[in-house]
Design a protein around this ligand. Structure first.
Ligand code: ZN
Ligand code: ZN
Length: 228
């Protein structure tokens, strides 16, 4: 589901198996704009755009990420819809911060800056009571605005900035599905990637995956769903 490398004979990686085991439902499709390699520019921008103390320092990566997401959606939102088995997503929402951040710049990007999503944006999810373990897959991590009858079973595009284990995005998807929204497709700007995981066997696999990704290079006409 997360497009990570898997070890021999395993269809899903460890984290996706955790999601499947612990959540009543998962997203119908998952995609990413790009790999966010730890220590490289995209991973850094995805941190700076919301965490830098100085508003001026946050502005440049905010604009860059908005432009990146906007253009990517123009090319590949349709790929996500196809993978989720729907024609389009009438509702777009974001995974809320569980760190107590009140105004999240991703909401401004999706809800105001990007014309293609602004009209469809609805902040459906809120941090729930259970957020003690950041890696935990649990639908209780989030509360959701109960849909009016008319929007029941509405396909939702769920956007987040960084996908690490998937615990945030998949738990949010499960909560939406539990409230009768869906199908839900997850789009994260950056697929967090660590080239130096603990353990030599994992490091070798990670390095191979990284080299393969570098060899593919960047192409606006390709995403991880339509290039398969
Ligand atoms: Zn996975
Ligand atoms: Zn595509």
């Amino acid at each position: 589901m997360c497009h990570a490398y898997t070890i021999a004979n395993h269809h899903y990686c460890y984290q996706c198996n955790q999601a499947r085991a612990n959540l009543p439902a998962c997203a119908s499709a998952v995609s990413f704009v790009a790999l966010a390699v730890k220590g490289e520019q995209l991973a850094r921008d995805l941190w700076v755009y919301k965490n830098r103390w100085s508003p001026a320092a946050r502005t440049r990566p905010q604009l860059g990420l908005a432009a990146l997401l906007w253009r990517w959606l123009a090319h590949h939102e349709e790929c996500l819809a196809t993978a989720a088995g729907v024609n389009k997503f009438p509702v777009v929402t974001t995974v809320p911060s569980t760190t107590g951040r009140e105004e999240h710049p991703l909401d401004a990007i999706v809800g105001t800056v990007i014309g293609a999503t602004a009209e469809r944006f609805r902040p459906l999810l809120h941090p729930g009571a259970r957020n003690d373990d950041d890696r935990e897959f649990s639908a209780k991590r989030f509360d959701v605005d109960t849909p009016a009858q008319a929007v029941n079973t509405t396909p939702v595009l769920l956007i987040d900035d960084t996908f690490t284990s998937g615990a945030h995005a998949q738990s949010a998807a499960a909560r939406l599905i539990d409230a009768s929204y869906g199908p839900v497709a997850i789009l994260c700007i950056g697929r967090h990637f660590n080239r130096n995981p603990k353990g030599k066997e994992f490091r070798d696999d990670a390095e191979r995956y990284y080299r393969d990704a570098l060899r593919l290079g960047w192409d606006w006409s390709r995403c991880c769903l339509c290039s398969q």
